[in-house]
Design a binder for this molecule. Structure first.
Ligand code: FCB
Length: 461
């Protein structure tokens, strides 16, 4: 031994990691964000068609009318997925394509599309993971109260049965809802998403009815023979700004209740926590929660989907108005710690994902987890090293969770391709595949090529 290494200029490369055998590698999209063909083959209007046409609601008046034209280009898109080596593809079904007015006649042409898509996937060896509701509620149901109307939950279970009747022989995993937090609190609380209502009571009522919709649909799917049932949540990874300040700790606990435990507890334990019920009662009359509801919501889950992008920090600030998307959060301010951010302005903190997963594992033992969305928006371009770094960091965070004993089954990147990013329209790009919205040409970004290697290796170099 003669040489002593003295150079400190280069950071040591992070060690290679391997994921467990059978770890599922996938990518996700959602119907309104990619399909387009908004008025084709009998599709009815959804709340997002209405909302995107309401001046001032979506960036530059963008709509999902054409989006990525996936409705017509699905075969090419599936070929792209196969080229990337995806084992699984998570997509959502547009309720207004299947039942244009929410409850009435079934539209066979709408089902035909998902039939073709499913067969195309299976033909390429890609496992379809179906989400039944990713926010495109039939407008007719919203006209009758939307998620504040209990009947919407029943209508959802009927619709789930219809879709299962057509695809159940080929689709293994059935996810009822995507991110009910967003449907309830962004849709009816802050109003930044469709249907754009701003009422804290309605937001909490919607949250309960979404829980109920999950339970009713899960029960229906199970009795129809579904093999694997899930729901996807987007838990708020919330910490007190100052962990030594009891008021900040209490603020974080309150946010955890209204954002997380309001979903986790009835789903996984069959009850709402006392503090959450008290919180609801401070905002509104809680009689919309009826006897027996939590037993319905508490259906066996084969896997719980987790979407994660960024953590939250909260501070108790007496007199602060709170956040409309956390009903009843007066006196609480959301703060950002200094950290690099994505194009959404969302701070990047992969370690928070490990915290989130280990916390769920601790508080709800025996729950199999799947990352059903994770990814980042960056400005347009195919050389997207920051996205590679984002996903690399979060995959390492997943691996840390696995090492800590979390039963994590797989990872779906958000998103396969650039798409309609809700209130941000086409201005924010989350795709690993670039979409030119003028020509609809798809081009693999560097992140897609990198992800292909991750999948091939089942790990990181
Ligand atoms: C999630 C949504 C998904 C996408 C990402 C960026 O909340 O489920 O449709 O918009 O955020």
């Amino acid at each position: 031994m003669t040489a002593t290494v003295t150079s400190t200029s280069a950071q040591p490369a992070p060690a290679g990691i391997t994921f467990p055998d059978g770890f599922v590698w996938g990518a996700a999209t959602a119907s309104y964000q990619i399909e387009g063909a908004a008025r084709e083959d009998g599709r009815g209007p959804s709340i997002w068609d209405t909302f995107s046409r309401t001046p001032g609601k979506v960036f530059a008046g963008h709509t999902g009318d054409i989006a990525c034209d996936h409705y017509h280009r699905y075969a090419d898109d599936v070929a792209l997925m196969a080229d990337l080596g995806l084992a699984s593809y998570r997509f959502s079904i547009a309720w207004p394509r299947v039942r244009p007015d929410g409850t009435g006649p079934v539209n066979p042409k709408g089902l035909d599309f998902y039939d073709r898509l499913t067969d195309e996937l299976l033909g390429k060896g890609i496992d379809p993971v179906v989400t039944l509701y990713h926010w495109d509620l039939p407008q007719t149901l919203e006209d009758r109260g939307g998620w504040t109307n209990r009947e919407t939950a029943e209508a959802f279970a009927d619709y789930a049965a219809v879709v299962f009747g057509r695809l159940g022989d080929r689709v293994g995993t059935w996810t009822t809802l995507n991110e009910p937090w967003c449907s309830a609190y962004l849709g009816y609380g802050s109003g930044i998403h469709a249907p754009g209502r701003q009422d804290p009571a309605s937001a909490l009522i919607a949250a309960h009815h979404l829980n109920l919709a999950h339970g009713l649909a899960a029960r229906t799917l199970r009795s129809a023979g579904a093999r694997s049932i899930s729901i996807t949540l987007n838990p708020c990874e919330v910490s007190p700004l100052d962990p030594a300040n009891p008021d900040d700790v209490a603020a974080a606990r309150l946010i955890d209740g209204v954002a997380n435990r309001i979903f986790f507890d009835p789903l996984l334990k069959g009850e709402y926590a006392t503090d959450v019920l008290e919180h609801i009662a401070r905002v509104t009359d809680p009689s919309f929660i009826r006897d027996g509801d939590t037993a319905i919501i508490h259906q066996p889950l084969d896997v719980l989907g987790i979407n994660y992008y960024t953590p939250s920090y909260v501070e108790a600030v007496p007199g602060h108005g709170g956040a409309l998307d956390y009903p009843g959060s007066d006196g609480i301010a959301f703060r950002k710690l200094p950290a690099p951010v994505t194009d959404m302005g969302w701070p990047i903190e992969p370690a928070a994902l490990t915290r989130l997963l280990t916390r769920i594992h601790r508080d709800y033992p025996g729950t199999a987890l799947m990352i059903t969305e994770n990814g980042a928006a960056y400005p347009e371009g195919v050389h997207d090293l920051p996205r590679i770094e984002y996903i690399d960091g979060h995959l390492r965070a997943c691996h840390d969770a696995l090492a800590a004993g979390v039963d994590l089954r797989g990872y779906f990147a958000w998103s396969l391709m650039d798409n309609f990013e809700w209130a941000e329209g086409y201005a924010k790009r989350f795709g690993m595949v670039h979409v030119d919205y003028t020509t609809q040409q798809r081009v693999l970004k560097d992140s897609a090529k990198w992800y292909r290697e991750v999948i091939r290796r089942n790990g990181l170099e």
